[in-house]
Design a protein around this ligand. Structure first.
Ligand code: PLP
Length: 407
């Protein structure tokens, strides 16, 4: 539905079902999977015109492909971005969005609390190519301000962070970036496009691992970069086109189908996470529960301000590593996996998996204790999940299930 001004007036759920659809001459209902590397031109003149950019059309699937284009357009409509580029994985999106803006002699700032591989890009990879980086405590706006230099080109953060679910004030960091002539890139995986809109908060670029909630059913890897057309044209387009971290048409097709059910899944998984966070907080043996929309979250006010839901992840702490391992090993429905955003509930021990690479002091600084577990809530019946968690916790008390029943 378009208004008089020609603008799309539909809401997220509708865009996720219809947005970006390109129909072939067969009028197929479901998006077609164009599993092709290249395209045939009618004439040499047509090929020439397409390469010159004088005629529209596809050239080669490293640059663009109809199925991938449908996915990009649907993501752009969802995010409210002018342009989107799909990539082979979330890390390809993160790397290209940062690297594309930088050259030797530039400076970048990142929050310390990051998905492990994002931290590697900032901390290890960029300095090898003459880009200086500073890592700050993302919650502390003074540290962002103090880190700004004349050659600072870009700031990078995720919020909520992995795995401690702490928040960064996106609007405030965007202001700091812009005051110094830099850009802000936000990794929005944990919030999903439905619960937080970084571009509306002032960010210049948003990146996703669509491996997570967008697929949501554990099948394919993928990533996407969303920004203004100018940002994509200047920083991203050529880097992707010439270096080749392209999303396969097959994966784009899987992601398109994932997007159709994204609202339903994220809504249900968020509702489940809220129930589970409250359930865990009431259990003996749990030292702390971290969930952005629980009033005891230290940044609850910020969560309410910049997110429309608390998300599908819950972090919680047991006494120590042994208790965390014993509890997770006793789970019957919830699987042990470092993945997240899946329809299957998954639990991980960040200190020994996703954040193992960090020195113990760095982990401590981020609040990743030996007893911390990160739970990604799936689509199972939430009572089965609380039964599973409760049963595993009861095992820690030496199997006194009666304790649990009396609560
Ligand atoms: C998973 C993840 C990534 C990396 O995505 P891949 O698709 O695994 O490459 C980046 N950032 C965050 C926050 C993630 O959860």
């Amino acid at each position: 539905m378009t208004g008089n001004d020609g603008r799309d007036r539909t809401r997220a759920a509708t865009r996720l079902v219809h947005g970006g659809t390109l129909r072939s001459q067969f009028g197929e209902t479901s998006e077609a999977l164009f599993l092709t590397q290249g395209f045939i031109y009618d004439t040499m003149e047509a090929a020439e015109a397409r390469f010159k950019g004088d005629a529209p059309g596809f050239i080669y699937s490293r640059f663009s492909n109809p199925t991938v284009a449908m996915f990009e357009e649907r993501m752009a409509l969802l995010e409210g971005a002018e342009a989107a580029r799909a990539t082979a994985s979330g890390m390809a999106a993160v790397t290209a969005s940062i690297l594309g803006q930088l050259k030797a002699g530039d400076h970048a700032i990142g929050a310390k609390a990051l998905f492990g591989s994002c931290r590697y890009v900032l901390e290890d990879l960029l300095p090898r190519f003459g880009v200086e980086t500073t890592l700050v405590d993302g919650e502390d706006l003074d540290q962002w301000r103090a880190a700004m230099r004349p050659n600072t080109k870009t700031l990078f953060l995720e919020s909520p962070t992995n795995p401690t679910l702490s928040l960064v004030d996106i609007a405030a960091v965007a202001e700091i970036a812009h005051a110094g002539g830099a850009t802000l890139v936000v990794d929005n995986v944990f919030a999903t496009p439905l619960l937080q809109s970084p571009l509306a908060l002032g960010a210049d670029c948003v990146v996703y691992s669509v491996t997570k909630h967008v697929d949501g059913q554990g099948r394919c890897l993928g990533g996407v970069i969303l920004a203004s057309k100018a940002f994509i044209d200047t920083h991203v387009h050529n880097l992707l086109r010439q270096t080749g971290p392209a999303m396969s048409p097959f994966n784009a097709w899987v992601m398109l189908k994932g997007l159709e059910t994204l609202t339903l899944r994220v809504r249900a998984q968020t509702a489940g996470a809220e129930v589970i966070a409250d359930f865990l907080a009431a259990q003996r043996g749990i030292k702390r529960v971290i969930y952005p929309f629980r009033p005891d979250h230290p940044q609850y006010a910020l969560a309410r301000r910049q997110m429309s839901g608390g998300g599908t992840l819950v972090a919680f702490e047991l006494a120590d590593k042994q208790a965390a391992f014993r509890m997770a090993n006793a789970l019957r429905i919830i699987g042990i996996s470092n993945n997240l955003g899946d329809s299957k509930s998954l639990i991980t021990h960040p200190a020994t998996t996703t954040h193992q690479r960090l020195a113990p002091e760095a982990r401590a600084e981020l609040g990743i204790s030996e007893g911390m577990l990160r739970l990604s809530v799936g689509l199972e019946d939430v009572e089965d999940l609380t039964d599973d968690l409760g049963g595993a916790l009861a095992g820690l008390d030496g199997g006194k299930i009666s304790d649990l029943a009396s609560r």
